[in-house]
Design a protein. Structure first.
Lengths: 110, 112
């Protein structure tokens, strides 16, 4: 069992829809990252959070430390949001390196 | 460009050959990480430097793999006697302390 589980693995939405991607982890963490990866490999950091909620434009990330769960929401989705979204955690026991989920492939159709 | 840069972007090699990749982090970043990613999977940790010191190595990093960061700036990752299972995207990332992580575009390795 992976220490970081994401769901769904694949998600297809229509433009304008509200999107939710979930991330669950099984051990204590110091921080959680949401990352976006476009075809060709480039990874961009979207959020780093250890509690509560953060918002940037149409993106919202929440984390519930007690439930070991985080969600990434995209409001008013657009085809340019199509990418792989990856959850990664810094485990309490792993120093500064990150442990990654397998990613969620999001496709937003016009 | 002040982002993380990796060179080359693509590398095709024959099994048994040695390859070396380079990563230039953002200049003031003291921490540098190497990750490996195969198709459809999330990145896996390989190794981590704080300044010039290699502080952690994954068990994934066999004896054929070696990484250096000689002056605490750029880093190299060398794979000796490449195998087909080494085919993957090799990603470098850097950060200052525990701040936001910045990734390079990766080096795609294909071992024939």
């Amino acid at each position: 069992k992976n220490e970081v589980e994401q769901s769904p693995q694949n998600l297809t939405a229509q433009e304008g829809e509200f999107i939710t991607i979930n991330c669950s982890y099984s051990v204590g963490i110091s921080a959680l990252h949401w990352l976006q990866q476009h075809p060709g490999g480039g990874i961009v950091s979207l959020f780093m959070l250890s509690s509560g909620k953060k918002k940037h434009g149409r993106l919202i990330a929440t984390i519930n430390i007690q439930e070991k769960h985080s969600s990434l929401h995209i409001t008013a989705s657009h085809p340019r949001d199509s990418a792989v979204y990856i959850c990664a955690v810094r485990l309490e026991t792993s120093g500064s390196r990150l442990t990654f989920g397998e990613g969620t492939q999001l496709t937003v159709n016009p | 460009d002040t982002g993380v840069s990796q060179d080359p972007r693509h590398k095709i090699t024959k099994r048994g050959q040695n390859v070396t990749f380079r990563c230039d982090p953002i200049s003031e970043h003291n921490r540098l990480y190497w990750y490996r990613q195969t198709l459809g999977q999330g990145p896996e940790f390989l190794t981590y430097f704080q300044n010039e010191a290699q502080l952690e190595k994954s068990r994934l990093l066999s004896d054929r793999f070696s990484a250096e960061r000689p002056k605490g700036s750029f880093s190299t990752l060398e794979i000796q006697r490449t195998e087909q299972g080494d085919s993957a995207m090799y990603l470098c990332a850097s950060r200052l302390g525990l701040s936001e992580l910045f990734f390079g575009s990766g080096t795609q390795l294909s071992v024939l």
